[in-house]
Design a protein around this ligand. Structure first.
Ligand code: HEM
Length: 154
């Protein structure tokens, strides 16, 4: 994940901010994480109570693929730093979210954002503005001029 984000010009800090901001809202379908619930042994990185709740919720996912769960199980309808606090408690849903707790480079940032909501908001908004212009075609290849893009990023 770090290599992919880096190849697109994002730092590790921006990757964590973007993922946390993206996943503090919305949901994931059971098929995205079911192998880590129903295997011989559930993923030990998941909080056991969450495993039980997810197993109940996803019990019929193979016959009903529309079943989904919130990515931020504590405050799914609010844009806040609970997603990061959840990761600290083993309450992440996707493997890519839980992975943020498995590397010292990302854990440090998760912990910082979990403590400081304003810092998370500041970093997310900057990184999101940067993401919003990634790959945007300018000049004769597209609509905005290079000056327009500079204005968005400033
Ligand atoms: C680290 C890399 C990322 C991975 C591997 C990833 C993966 C996923 C997966 C598997 C889902 C569930 C999709 C489903 O079941 O339908 C999801 C949902 C979502 N992701 Fe990501 N994501 C990543 C980063 C991001 C970023 C950077 C953003 C935005 C800034 C974002 C925004 C969202 C949103 C809003 C949803 C919920 C969609 C909905 O409710 O319909 N994700 N992501």
């Amino acid at each position: 994940m770090i290599a992919i984000f880096q190849s697109m010009g994002f730092t590790v800090q921006e990757m964590v901010a973007l993922t946390a901001g993206g996943h503090t809202i919305g949901f994931a379908h059971c098929s995205e994480f079911s192998t880590r619930l129903f295997g011989k042994k559930p993923d030990p990185a998941l909080n056991p109570k969450l495993v039980e709740a997810l197993k109940r919720h996803c019990a019929n996912y193979s016959t009903d693929p529309t079943i989904a769960v919130f990515l931020d199980v504590i405050s799914p309808g609010r844009f806040d730093n609970n997603f990061l606090k959840n990761l600290q408690k083993g309450l992440g849903i996707l493997a890519s979210d839980i992975a943020l707790m498995k590397d010292p480079r990302t854990v440090a940032i998760v912990n910082q954002y979990a403590m400081d909501n304003n810092l998370f908001f500041r970093d997310f908004s900057r990184a999101m503005a940067k993401l919003s212009v990634l790959g945007v075609k300018t000049g004769h290849k597209g609509e905005p001029s290079d000056d327009d893009l500079k204005m968005i990023l400033d």
